[in-house]
Each structure stands twice: as C-alpha cells, then as structure tokens.
Design a protein around this ligand. Structure first.
Ligand code: PMP
Length: 351
C-alpha cells in the first residue's frame, strides 16, 4: 500500500490471470490454442518491414476493421478493434455501464467483469446460473443498467443459441446487452448477425483463442453504429490508436486463412470430446462445453489437491479459489499428446 495511491486505487483488487510459468509445463491453464497461428500469419510476419514502425498506425484501423466486417457480414462502421477483447470490454464499461442503474451479470462468468465494475465504479447485480449451470437469460431484469455475460460462458462452457439471445433482446431494449464471444468458435453460435435488429447489442470477440494469437493482443466489437461510436469516443479520449501496425497486418492475414482456422478449431473440438470421455471414465463430472476448455469436478478427490498433484507431474490447469468454483478444475484443451499426459497424471492421482 502506498501513500501516493488514490483512495480508489487502494480499494482495487487487480485481476490475476492464469500463471505463465517459466519452467516447461504442459500448459492447460489459460485457454490458449495449442496449435500455431495460420501459415498466412507467419508469412505476413516475415514480409512485415520494420520501416513501417517509423510511422504511427492508421488511427481508424480501417483495413483490419474492413476485413473483420467482411468476415462478420456487417458494415465497417459497425466494427471496433482494440488490444485484446479485455481492452474492448474496458472501453465498453466506460462507454455504456457507468450509469446509475446496476449492471446485471451471472454469478459465475468471466472474473474480469467484477474487476472492471470496481475500477469504473459500476454497481453490479448478479444472477445465479440455472440448475444445469447455464446462464439464466430470463433472470436478467428489464430495468437493468446493462447486461454482460460470456456466451459460451466462462468457465462453465455452455453457450446459448442465437434465438435465445434474440428473445433476451426483445425484452431488454433500454440498455446495452454485451455478449462476450471469446470462445464462440469452438461450437457456439454467434449473436453477431443480430446487431442489425437490435441497436443495443454489442458482441465482442478475440483473436486470442481460435486464431492462436493471444500474444498479439487483438480483440474486437461488433454492434450498431451508435454503440461503435460510443466506444470510439472513449478510446479517442485516451489513445486514439486502436491497435499497432504489426497487429493489424497479422490480424488481416489470420482472417484470410479459413482453411487453417477451420482445421484448428475442429481439432480442438475433437480432442475436447475425446478428453471428456476419458475424464468421465476416471469418475469426473464434466460440464458440457462449447469452448476450448472443460470444467470438471470429482466426487472423491479435492480439486485443490488435484491441482497441486498435476503440477508436480508437469501439468498446469486452473483452480479458482472462489466459493462457487472451489470444487472444480478448468482444463484447457491442448494437443492430443498433451491431453494424454493429463489423463496419465490423473490416473496416478485418482487411484
Ligand atoms: N472474455 C473471456 C470470457 C475470456 O475468457 C477472455 C480471456 N481470458 C477474454 C475475454 C479476454 O481475451 P483477450 O483479451 O485475450 O482478447
């Protein structure tokens, strides 16, 4: 604690992301993609001239937004980009959720949302998941000052279809509904096509998961022109360059490589389902997942102890030390070989 910190900063509890270990471990703790980025990204990286870095980037990120707009089937003016979807989310909190009415969110969702609430002074109201640990869309009240949830949800893995999101938007018309689609490419259904019908829908996405570019920090939002303009107002007030030139070039290259994209996500989905069966054979309860991770618990073994045992055997997974998730482990989907090592380690621990 420093005397130089403002009272607000003293109150902050920063988000602690999953560990990036120095030693070589099988890393299944931060939902990264086990496969390399598209060959087109590698080619674009080779072709990128350092001389481009002499100039400031395009302040409108037009080419990247245009490529994303084409992919998403919307107008370029309906796309916003930022340094990872975490930054896009931060800007959305400032643009839309700093208002007198509380923001509604599920009790269990991405743990960054409460951090942003504290940082930006947003009051929040939480709503329990349903009895199958799905986000309960009916629980979000009409009078909410905004709604935010991940779809598919993290770390629970279930995703609602587009029709269910449309029904929510027919009810909640008076504030922004933010659907965070960080994991949608692993079997979920994107709500992005609904932005034409619902001016209060903002969908965020990322290049970190299905595009294997977590280190590049590239995220985006798609929504009505008025919502995108709201994000631009906040962004321009503190750094008018959305993303750097290299990220733009590599992002565009990634969007152009459909073949690699489809092959990678299909491989992750296949490995996920194979891993599910093997975990169930070991007695784990495994929640259905449309993401690149599985949330699991074991009726006979303590999750915190399993976490430690796995680490000792060279496998790093995620254990959340919260009341709701203490009994669970979140396991990111790696390569088949990595998952074989995980299962082998669990076999020795769950005897
Ligand atoms: N939303 C959810 C639900 C996430 O799990 C993550 C990754 N931790 C993000 C957003 C942020 O991803 P990024 O900033 O890498 O785009």
């Amino acid at each position: 604690m420093s005397k130089f910190w403002s009272p607000e900063v003293r109150e902050l509890t920063p988000y602690v992301p999953g560990e990036q270990p120095r030693e070589r471990l099988i890393k299944l703790n931060t939902n990264e993609n086990p496969y390399p980025p598209a060959p087109a990204v590698e080619a674009a990286l080779r072709d990128f001239s350092a001389d481009h870095l002499r100039r400031y980037p395009d302040p409108t990120s037009f080419a990247l937004r245009e490529a994303l707009a084409e992919e998403l089937g919307v107008d370029t003016a309906q796309v916003f980009v930022g340094n990872g979807s975490d930054e896009v989310l931060a800007l959305a909190f400032q643009a839309f959720f700093r208002q007198p009415r509380p923001l509604s969110m599920p009790t269990i969702s991405y743990s960054f949302y409460p951090v942003y609430c504290r940082l930006y002074g947003v009051e929040r109201r939480t709503h329990p998941l349903d009895d199958q640990w799905r986000v309960d869309l009916d629980a979000f009240p009409e009078e909410a000052g905004g709604v935010i949830f991940a779809n598919p949800n993290a770390p629970t893995g279930h995703g609602h279809g587009r029709e269910a999101i449309a029904r929510l938007l027919e009810r909640i018309t008076d504030s922004v509904v933010l659907v965070d689609e960080a994991y949608v490419d692993f079997g979920g259904e994107s709500a992005a096509p609904l932005v034409e019908r619902f001016p209060n829908l903002l969908v965020t996405g990322t290049f970190s998961k299905s595009r294997s570019l977590a280190g590049l920090r590239l995220g985006y939002a798609v929504g009505s022109r008025e919502l995108i303009e709201g994000l631009e107002r906040v962004k321009d007030s503190f750094n008018s360059y959305p993303v750097d030139s290299l990220a733009s070039a590599l992002g565009i290259a990634s969007l152009g490589d459909h073949e690699h994209f489809d092959a990678c996500r299909e491989a992750v989905i296949t490995t996920r389902e194979r891993t599910r069966v093997r975990l169930e054979t070991l007695g784990f309860q495994v929640l259905p997942s449309q993401t690149n991770f599985l949330l699991v618990s074991h009726p006979a073994f303590d999750a915190a102890q399993l976490f430690v045992g796995l680490r000792e055997r060279g496998v790093l997974v995620r254990h959340f030390n919260t009341d709701a998730l203490r009994d669970h482990l979140r396991i990111s989907i790696g390569t088949d070989d990595e998952m074989d090592s995980l299962i082998e380690a669990l076999e020795s621990l769950c005897r």
